[in-house]
Design a protein around this ligand. Sequence first.
Ligand code: ADP
Ligand code: ASP
Ligand code: MG
Length: 413
Amino acid sequence: MALIVQKYGGTSVGTVEKIEAVADKIAKFRDKGDDIVVVVSAMSGETNRLTAMAQDIMDYPTPREMDVLLSTGEQVTIALLSMALEKRGFPAHSFTGGQVRILTCETHTKARIREIDGTRIHAQLEQGNVVVVAGFQGTDEHGNITTLGRGGSDTTAVALAAALDADECQIYTDVKGVYTTDPRVVEDARLLDTITFEEMLELASLGAKVLQIRAVEFAGKYKVPLRVLSSFEEGPGTLISLEEEKKMEDPAIAGIAFQRDEAKITVSGIPDLPGLAYNVIGPVSEAGIEVDVIVQNAAADNTNDITFTVKRSDSDRAKGILDNLQSSLQAREISLDKKIGKVSLVGVGMRSHAGIASKMFKTLATENINIQLITTSEIKISIVIEEKYLELAVRSLHGAFDLAEGEITEESN
Ligand code: ADP
Ligand code: ASP
Ligand code: MG
């Protein structure tokens, strides 16, 4: 008998009918005798709806109250799914994050899980119940409700699987698994049987929202067998493999990730003195704004430019902070471009394959797409471009690197 943690995302529980279908699916696993802990998201669109209501009241709602509000979405689905299971003759017991005792840090709206107490869940499983846990939430040590950031139910599921020492963590979603890129943008994206944990970590951090990055980190740290599958169609899905070894014949590129909704800030004409980067980036990150790509130009006429990217939703605030510092920074100009996006090629095979970057740049040049910023690491290359070219860039790179279905060729190696 296995212990399986299953997570169903927003689309999978988007209507009462879909919740009933999830209950049917869980019933089949129970019939096989497996113990099941289910983690559910809010019904699709619900977290956005709640966020919009808060923003109707104020631009930057109080984070603590935001968490009280957002956590209600998942509370609805745990109750409905438990009822649907009961109706089918499968006793179920729902828990909010706090009721399980999922302890997090105090950072509202992007809290990190510190500890999970498995006692109550084990007690319910021993009584033969399916346990249904609200994803995306916990409580801090003072009992305040916290949430884990968008997509956080994935992290709840993997963290629970680690804490309960489950045999597998299955993430059920609205696509068949992890693809070479978002199948909604590239129709012939290829479904991957396996992907290394390291590659999944990069794809998740670079915008592939199929798994939240913290979930992948947990899976790596605690060696949780993790699989992404479809809620609606049978199939093996994609295994996130902990074996780092790549086979010789595997393609150099595992996938392409992209991020819309980015913005670029350039601070130009600052005197080129030690502390320049710190004086620009420091105040922005101290305000809790995540800074992504940072590029500093080579100094010319004793002045320098520094450019960095942030989430578009943070960009006005970041610019405001720097505008207030413009005279103390002695900057000539501070500019904001809200229409950019980032495209990244990811693959552990890039370590041993030369020429990936130049092929990427050539492909974009052929499409007449201007590259604004470039950053690289051993297993990824990211470029920042005008947002309107994002999908074109992804499609042409997907084609150029032969990533499509049935297209593994010598050239892609
Ligand atoms: P859920 O509500 O189940 O958590 P999400 O919307 O968070 O689902 O994540 C699934 C979505 O991730 C897919 O519908 C797909 O559009 C998107 N996605 C982006 N990149 C990829 C990828 N490489 N493979 C699969 N899906 C991807
Ligand atoms: N409901 C939350 C969100 O929409 C958490 C999740 O779905 O994973 O981000
Ligand atoms: Mg998700």
